[in-house]
Design a protein around this ligand. Structure first.
Ligand SMILES: [Zn+2]
Length: 468
């Protein structure tokens, strides 16, 4: 049977836009204030979930709400299950919008709203894709489920709970990232190196405190260190520091008061998945301070940083690795802190290629720690995700993408994480087309209606082709 998917979508365009607007008008941010045991993420998210379930029921899908953590709408029959994962929660709207972020105004062929692109617009596109296949009455040989998450932007408690209770799809795609197809995602782990320092005397200089950064996965944008000195040398530090900053194109300050000197450094904060796009204020400040005459644990903290943490590929730590699928392992040193006579801490986010031997990497990191009197802890770990480029799933979606866009369906690998990780045989498929501005989490977030229609047509065909 030849079906013109784009035409089927065009015929339902008005209703698709209207339903998308209605869903976007619900403020579905995580709301701890109204959260209860029964509605774990608060009233707004519950309202969005109910909206989708009502819509699904009205259109004749079988629906199931899993304890208000997640839900699904289902059609078809068969042993196998095709899962499409979207999420209804949104990040807070923030400041600076041109119009109310929950009005879902249409301007210049775009719908403007928080969640338009991430991920309520695309979720509605996937819903209409299912509806079209259902309306056409074509036979499918699998069950097809639209799985609705509600805590993607925070802690993924939704999918953890949902998949504890419900079966995992055998195959799936996720409309919550980029077109053409993301088939590989790096492993992501957070670690801390720590030691308990002791007070010592007789030093020419003492590092009272050092601090930079607050989050594992962000490059620190500011660092500060407080130093005391009994020697005359302190007078020369100001000049040395300003020369250091000038030579390296950095911006730092120096202020001295009653035997105490405060150094600050400005960096450029970016997401930790590619630290080289930013400037790590903590590393740059430590690199200077290590040249001052510290001893004992002050010196240990700074020289560990300058020896092992100076770049983003883990070379000095001994874990550098790269593969053709996901490229370089990266490390972001997100939090650096030290108190004289107290704790020294280096917290970092590591993103590693899909073929990396993680257990071995961890033992290498442990050895560096123990050799230098640090302890190491792994705080979180998400394994890598990778679907074979020659799999039926990938080949099918590539063919669909090429037919609908006339462009080559290049396979993408990323350092971030998508919902596709929840299913072994799943890839991210849209909704952001190559060359389009990425407005997720930004003010004036929008979805281009034409793109949404095209995505809907591709999703409908994907459901059809993957259930042959
Ligand atoms: Zn999302």
């Amino acid at each position: 049977m030849q079906i013109n998917w784009q035409k089927e979508v065009e015929q339902r365009k008005e209703q698709l836009i209207k339903d998308t607007q209605r869903l976007l008008q619900i403020k579905s941010t995580l709301d701890e204030e109204t959260a209860t045991e029964e509605i774990p993420f608060g009233k707004g998210i519950k309202e969005a979930l109910d909206f989708m379930l009502d819509l699904g029921e009205k259109d004749g899908f079988s629906v199931k709400n899993v304890d208000n953590y997640g839900a699904h709408l289902e059609m078809g029959h068969g042993e196998e299950l095709l899962g499409i994962l979207g999420h209804l929660d949104v990040v807070p709207e923030g400041e600076g919008w041109t119009t109310d972020p929950y009005s879902a105004d249409i301007r210049d062929g775009r719908i403007y709203a928080r969640g338009a692109m991430d991920d309520k617009g695309p979720t509605m596109a996937a819903y209409y894709a299912m509806k079209i296949v259902k309306d056409l009455g074509v036979d499918v040989n699998k069950r097809v489920r639209l799985i609705l998450g509600t805590d993607e932007e925070s802690d993924w408690r939704c999918m953890d709970h949902y998949f504890e209770k419900e079966e995992t799809p055998t195959v799936g795609f996720v409309p919550d990232a980029d077109f053409p197809i993301i088939y590989a995602e790096k492993g992501i782990a957070d670690f801390t190196y720590e030691f308990n320092g002791s007070v010592h005397e007789g030093a020419e200089a003492t590092l009272l405190s050092f601090s930079a950064g607050q989050r594992f996965n962000m490059v620190p944008e500011f660092a500060e260190a407080v130093v005391t000195s009994d020697s005359v040398e302190a007078g020369q530090w100001e000049e040395r520091y300003s020369r250091y900053c000038e030579d390296h194109g950095l911006s730092g300050t120096f202020s001295a008061k009653e035997g105490t000197v405060t150094f600050t450094m400005d960096g450029i904060s970016v997401h930790g998945m590619e630290p080289d796009l930013g400037v790590n204020a903590g590393l740059r400040l430590a690199e200077f301070l290590v040249t001052l005459p510290f001893i004992g644990d002050d010196e240990r903290f700074l020289s560990f940083i300058s020896q092992f943490c100076k770049e983003s590929r883990g070379r000095e730590l001994g874990v550098a690795y790269s593969d053709d699928i996901t490229k370089d392992l990266t490390i972001n040193y997100g939090i650096l802190s030290y108190e004289h006579g107290g704790k020294g801490k280096i917290a970092f986010n590591m993103r590693y290629p899909v073929t990396f031997d993680f257990a071995n990497g961890w033992s290498v990191l442990e050895k560096v720690a123990s050799d230098h009197g640090f302890s190491i802890q792994m705080k979180t770990h998400l394994g890598p995700h990778h679907v074979d480029a020659d799999s039926d799933l990938v080949k099918t979606l590539q063919k669909i993408y090429e037919e609908h866009t006339g462009q080559e369906a290049e396979l993408l690998a990323i350092g971030g994480g998508t919902y596709a990780r929840a299913i072994k045989n799943a890839v991210a498929f849209g909704p952001l087309f190559p060359g389009r501005e990425d407005v997720a989490h930004q003010k004036d977030e929008y979805i281009i209606i034409e793109d949404m229609l095209k995505a809907t047509a591709m999703y409908a065909q994907a459901i059809y082709d993957l259930t042959r």
